[in-house]
Design a binder for this molecule. Sequence first.
Ligand SMILES: NC(=O)c1ccc[n+]([C@@H]2O[C@H](COP(=O)([O-])OP(=O)(O)OC[C@H]3O[C@@H](n4cnc5c(N)ncnc54)[C@H](O)[C@@H]3O)[C@@H](O)[C@H]2O)c1
Length: 437
Amino acid sequence: MKISVIGTGYVGLVTGTCLAETGNDVLCIDIDKSKVKQMQQGEVPIYEPHLDVLFERNIKAKRLGFSTSLEDGLNHGEIIFLALPTPEDEDGSADLSYVLGAAKNIGKLLKQYKVIVDKSTVPVGTADKVKNVISKETSVKFDVVSNPEFLREGFAVDDFLKPERIIIGSSSERATELMQKLYKPFVRSGNPVIIMDERSAELTKYAANAFLATKFTFMNEIANFCEKVGADVDKVRVGMGTDSRIGKRFLFPGIGYGGSCFPKDVKALHKSGNENGYKFDILNAVIKVNDIQKKILIPRIESYFSNDLKGKRIAIWGLAFKPETDDIREAPALYMIEELLNKGVIISVFDPEAIQNVRNRFGNAIEYANNMYEATNGADALIISTEWSIFRTPDFTRLKSSLSQPVIFDGRNLYDIEDMGKERFYYSSIGRKNTYN
Ligand SMILES: NC(=O)c1ccc[n+]([C@@H]2O[C@H](COP(=O)([O-])OP(=O)(O)OC[C@H]3O[C@@H](n4cnc5c(N)ncnc54)[C@H](O)[C@@H]3O)[C@@H](O)[C@H]2O)c1
């Protein structure tokens, strides 16, 4: 099939590349000229494991192309995916200007029947809005489908190729058939393609993200309470997780959720509730707790250094909002960097993939290390902010001699408390007792 994807970020580029991988002829459109040029030269503009291999293969096979022209995109695809940003607006709602702006231009350019697929995460009612905007510009027949994306950055290619489920929100038989045909190769193992109305599809995505954010925010609160009462959250977590109704996943406490999805999606659902006469008390609490959790290590660090952080040198391992991505949107590390800079701290950071994005944001205000031990060299303390695998089994002897004091604030609970006691680190983590040097 001929497919166009408008917007080639984490979702759009993965969607386009994976659809090309199953034999479709895909044209990816982006407004960002330098990004398109980079892709035309065969360079993947983001870090996403395994994407490069598929990207290269499909460009070579001439199944994957790139352009800045929306008109080319509309002429090319019979299915047009919108994988456009829906960032948080000033009032917490989802900013639909990218999606509705593209819809208007699509309406102006439409010459024959197309299926317009909303892959962006959008509030309930957006498919109707997209339909209305396009209809105002054209009398050509078209359908709008809601097809929310559930991929996880860091696993995006695997998630797209082997989805647990595909949600298709559509009230058109013709569009539904086309979508089922397109996705058939991805569900050969029997995972479901769930067909529903557009509104339910739109809400499914928000409900899923808000539920997950609530689940780990709940665990963060349990972790905070563990510290007050001398319990160990790791033990509580394992004890709870063995109940199959609860499950083992998403129970790891930490320094809050970040990323390009959870923060904005929870807020957008909360706002959407307000707009429709429903008060989501639970989401209000999730937002509040997470805001505090993102900076929960700061008062601990201040207290350890007797409220005198000026001139202290602190290393940070991990900048991306989670491992296996270079995405730093809403990453807890950024909040900590800002707070620590305000307190006069000298900061040295290391991340396997996200350094460049952080450099674009903080410039010369902080130091960037080439490896994890270079970051800790001469530092008074180490903060662990992202659970990249390489941080899981460091050479503690080397780490101790590199740090000027053996002090770790671990926002991801990477190490065993007993081990850290034996290694004689001052080790502060989330929901567990401290060890002292
Ligand atoms: N990132 C994720 O893990 C993820 C997962 C599921 C759903 N989503 C949702 O998917 C949507 C896209 O997210 P993303 O992370 O891929 O965003 P992104 O910011 O990485 O990419 C968006 C792309 O759209 C391009 N763009 C902006 N305006 C354009 C226009 N008018 N025409 C063409 N291109 C344009 C930008 O240049 C950028 O390359 C959002 O709604 C997001 O909530 C994201």
